[in-house]
Design a binder for this molecule. Structure first.
Ligand code: PA5
Length: 426
């Protein structure tokens, strides 16, 4: 399902030199003896998830899909990026599914929030509010606004049927509210952090609402969890990727650009950036995760990558078989001189663009490229890819010597903001 090619990565060292270290980290991950070991629930989630909850997710989604046209997914960071990545990647940006998914609770932009209010106020909509802490300010403000809108539109009783809460199993303001209002409630497991939570109800409910097969997604993750339960650096591509990027960091590259060749994968890149950035960027260490969507960004960032300062390496994710394809048509006048491509598919052109770009960046620009191919970006492939990157991230962080599962730095801005807002201790 996934292949990794390090032949263009310009690694100065042989990965096999790290076989013993990889074995030790593999053991540390599996025995839960490393830093942050309270948050290893994602590791066994594909086999150990709550099967009854998955059934309830599917049932609730099927019922709400009959009643509403729009789902507002209200969450931020790890509480929405995975769902958004999956829905864009699998359904595409203008897919045929009837459910429109809109993301709120991820911003203080009053313009954005007010525009969504105007857009949905006369539509049939439901809300999935997602927050592990139940107190995240961006999410709480938006939820207040859209809950009030829904209650005013449909009355309190119907609104209750159209609000689904995904939160901690026992604690927090959202859990209390959900209990009081008797919302359908899904659980974010204690041992799964936000950025590792896409295969919990955090991701699965919105993904099911978008008409995507969550059983297939979980099956993809399960197959990946079996494939990569392997402590051998020679054969475990997930670990090979995690270690290779650290070796490139050591070789003097402070940044990694995650490149895709599909516009609908831009949110996969955002999810990947959070996964690696929040897991690794601490204690004054870490590779800056950045991203580009090619060939689009070759017309903007391409100059820098080819010719600018040598600060980055690229990790290129390509999809072998696109979900859809289309041919270049013939034109009798051929004024644009494109008839040499008549009958060729646009994906063929995309693949040639990628081949030419990798050659240009690696061999002329001297930019290391890690090449990752995913056979197909369907529900199964997405689940498989999620597990591949989550596991490689844990390996990569432990290899670097940081706790992959905490995020102490994100509290600093919040403390300042609350002080400036005069937040009472409530
Ligand atoms: O990964 C993380 O921990 C963060 O991105 C959180 O998911 C994000 O801040 C949202 O937190 P919460 O789910 O508590 O609202």
């Amino acid at each position: 399902m996934i292949t990794l090619d390090l032949s263009q990565a310009k690694l100065a060292e042989d990965l096999s030199a790290y076989g013993e270290k990889v074995k030790e980290i593999h053991q540390m991950i599996n025995e839960g003896t490393g830093l942050g070991n309270d948050f290893l629930g994602w590791l066994t989630l594909p086999s150990d998830h709550d099967k009854a909850e998955v059934e309830l997710i599917k049932k609730t989604a099927a019922k709400l899909r009959e009643e509403v046209d729009v789902l507002l997914v209200c969450g931020i960071g790890g509480s929405y990026l995975g769902a958004r990545a999956a829905i864009d990647a699998v359904n595409g940006l203008y897919g045929s599914d009837k459910m429109e998914i809109i993301y709120v609770g991820n911003t203080f932009s009053s313009t954005y929030i007010k525009q969504v209010v105007e857009y949905v106020k006369d539509k049939e909509f439901a809300i999935n509010v997602i927050s592990k802490s139940g107190t995240t300010t961006e999410t709480s403000i938006s939820f207040r606004i859209f809950k009030e809108l829904l209650e005013n539109q449909k009355g309190k009783e119907i609104a209750k049927q159209r609000i689904v809460a995904t939160t901690d199993k026992a604690r927090g303001a959202l859990k209390t509210l959900a209990n009081n209002e008797e919302y359908v409630t899904f659980v974010i497991p204690d041992n799964v952090g936000g950025r590792f939570s896409v295969l919990t109800a955090v991701g699965l409910f919105p993904i099911a609402m978008a008409g995507i097969d969550i059983d297939a997604m979980l099956k993809g993750a399960l197959d990946a969890s079996q494939k990569y339960n392997d402590d051998n650096i020679e054969t475990n591509d997930s670990y090979r990727y995690g270690v290779a990027r650290q070796l490139l960091g050591k070789q003097g590259y402070p940044a990694e650009m995650f490149v895709t060749y599909e516009l609908q994968l831009a949110m996969v890149a955002e999810w990947w950036k959070q996964l690696y950035g929040e897991s690794e960027g601490k204690d004054g260490k870490g590779i800056l995760p950045t991203s580009g969507t090619f060939s689009t960004d070759l017309h903007s960032l391409g100059q820098f990558v080819q010719d600018g300062s040598k600060v980055l390496f690229e990790t290129v994710l390509q999809i072998d078989t696109p979900a859809l394809n289309i041919e270049v048509p013939n034109d009798k006048d051929d004024l644009d001189c494109l008839n040499y491509l008549t009958g060729k598919t646009v994906d063929y052109v995309n693949k040639k663009a990628a081949e030419g770009t990798i050659d240009a960046h690696v061999n002329t620009g001297n930019v290391p490229n890690i090449l990752i191919n995913l056979e197909k970006m369907d529900a199964y492939g997405f689940g498989y890819m999620v597990y591949f990157f989550e596991l490689s991230c844990a390996m990569s962080c432990y290899f670097l010597g940081v706790n992959p599962f905490n995020q102490p730095g994100v509290e600093v801005y919040k403390a300042n903001m609350f002080k400036l807002l005069g937040k009472p201790g409530c």
